[in-house]
Design a protein around this ligand. Structure first.
Ligand SMILES: Cc1cc2nc3c(=O)[nH]c(=O)nc-3n(C[C@H](O)[C@H](O)[C@H](O)COP(=O)(O)OP(=O)(O)OC[C@H]3O[C@@H](n4cnc5c(N)ncnc54)[C@H](O)[C@@H]3O)c2cc1C
Length: 460
């Protein structure tokens, strides 16, 4: 393929690379490309750092902490001899603190780009032709264009959709809603159910399918549903919302069959769409799929040879570390003459529900399909901390092993700190560790994580 370094394309274009969107992927691709000597510009229309920093991972995780601190305090009182005064959460104080931190991060992103020598341009970027971008009436040319515009929440066309909020608005609510209806079955819906429940709201989660978190291991899905139900979250599967109305006592989510649920906020977390509209891609000849995602080859090149795309806009694996990885691979491909294919195998991820899910590799169902003969090791127990609090919470840990090679092909956990724990085990899965090597590893006692190296009897 024709990959060019920064040298030799001197003045034909204003830049070697022009990136649309300074989110997770666009920022990293721009910075790394500049560090390889490329002349880079990046246009950002809304906020530096993109979804993750402003309305995604970071503010969400801060909210998760806010919500679950309540349980910590309760556990301290119930099981550990503490006495504390009356508890009250002040939403406005939290939002102000969170906004300060996000602002700080926006500054960090600006500095990272500036220090790398990337030219930052504020405004909406529009592709004019395979080498030209327009931002607020000003045209820039580049050898390569990179589309890293991310995604946007999508809400179905139901009557009253103007009353609902999405993850874009939820972080900026003026008041904490006391009754929340959440619609959706993905990780964002599940996380916000835990957040609002933890902050003391009455939460109903509605999902049109039979069980949330499609694509995750079935034991984790069911285990989490049991836990949320036990905590008092009203979970309703196989349930559809037909309309949202504004009534005297608040918003009413009207269900199929006619029943209505009254709430202060109706949060739709029903998926995200790639942000490819009104940025000139189709006119430039860039192929989009039925969902609007940029179709790319394995090196992230679109159907137009000078236009590349990474991150959520390609709808491959919509996670921040993946967008960053794709950005680094692209910089290497374009400006180091090292064509580098992003690796989407065995990417670990977490659901910051309560308890948390951490997962890497194949689910039991996927492993059975791929390998046929597998062994599954499962352990379910009460976390040590809860032995004194009386909580019924259970941790679930699971290993999936390909019987023929003895390789551990899936590590799954539902329990406290599952994300932190599974991140470590993801290295072992990536390194193709065998069950025998897991068994040869001595555990750290007493931890939950030691269970992953002490499970001896397959469950089936
Ligand atoms: C509520 C929520 C929670 C999440 N939690 C996690 C998590 O815990 N872990 C995780 O790994 N991922 C999480 N994600 C997903 C993660 O945020 C995305 O995968 C990641 O941000 C994708 O990066 P990106 O660079 O593709 O796009 P983005 O980060 O969305 O960046 C795209 C940027 O492009 C800009 N832009 C768009 N169009 C234009 C234009 N025409 N001109 C100029 N600028 C433009 C946008 O303003 C934006 O800043 C979460 C997402 C949401 C919504």
């Amino acid at each position: 393929m024709n990959v060019q370094g920064a040298t030799g394309m001197a003045a034909r274009f204003d830049f070697d690379l022009f990136t649309l969107g300074a989110g997770s992927g666009g920022t990293r691709a721009s910075r790394v490309s500049a560090s390889y000597g490329a002349r880079v510009a990046v246009a950002e229309e809304r906020y530096l750092g993109g979804t993750c920093v402003n309305v995604g991972c970071i503010p969400k995780k801060l909210l998760v902490y806010a919500a679950h601190l309540r349980e910590e305090v309760e556990a301290a009182v119930r099981g550990y001899g503490w006495t504390v005064g009356p508890q009250r959460h002040d939403w406005a104080t939290f939002v102000a603190r969170k906004d300060e931190e996000i602002q700080r991060l926006n500054g960090v992103y600006a500095k990272l780009l500036d220090d790398a020598g990337v030219r930052r341009i504020e405004g909406h970027a529009n592709v004019v032709d395979p080498h030209t971008v327009e931002v607020d009436g000003k045209r820039f040319t580049a050898e390569h264009l990179l589309v890293a515009t991310g995604g946007w929440p999508s809400v179905p066309e139901i009557p009253g959709r103007e009353h609902v909020i999405t993850s874009n608005e939820v972080f900026h609510l003026k008041d904490m809603p006391q009754r929340v209806v959440i619609v959706g079955g993905g990780y964002i819906a599940v996380e916000f159910a835990g957040i609002f429940h933890g902050l003391g709201a009455e939460v109903t989660l509605l999902y049109r399918g039979p069980l949330f978190l499609r694509g995750f291991d079935d034991d984790l899905r069911q285990g989490l549903a049991d836990e949320l139900h036990r905590q008092g979250i009203d979970l309703r599967f196989d349930t559809r919302v037909t309309a949202v109305e504004r009534g005297d006592a608040g918003l009413v989510a009207r269900l199929e069959g006619g029943d209505g649920l009254t709430a202060d906020a109706v949060l739709y977390a029903t998926g995200r769409q790639p942000l490819t509209r009104e940025i000139g891609l189709e006119a430039a000849g860039v192929e989009l799929d039925a969902q609007g995602a940029v179709v790319v080859d394995e090196l992230s090149r679109s159907s137009v040879p000078t236009i590349w795309a990474i991150g959520d806009v390609t709808d491959r694996m919509n996670l921040t570390p993946v967008a960053i990885h794709e950005g680094m691979c692209l910089a290497r491909t374009l400006f180091r003459d090292e064509p580098t294919v992003p690796d989407h195998e065995d990417v670990a991820s977490a659901v910051f529900s309560h308890p948390t899910i951490g997962t890497v590799g194949l689910t039991e169902t996927e492993a059975r399909e791929r390998y046929g003969e597998i062994d599954v090791y499962r352990s379910r127990f009460r976390p040590l901390k809860q032995t004194l609090t009386g909580s019924e919470e259970r941790t679930l840990m699971k290993l999936v092993v390909d019987r023929a090679s003895d390789r551990v092909v899936g590590v799954h956990m539902l329990g406290p700190e599952a994300g932190e724990i599974v991140q470590g085990f993801a290295v072992a899965v990536k390194a193709r560790a065998t069950k025998a090597q897991f068994d040869a590893t001595i555990g750290i006692h007493p931890t939950a994580a030691e269970e992953f190296v002490t499970m001896r009897e397959p469950a089936g």
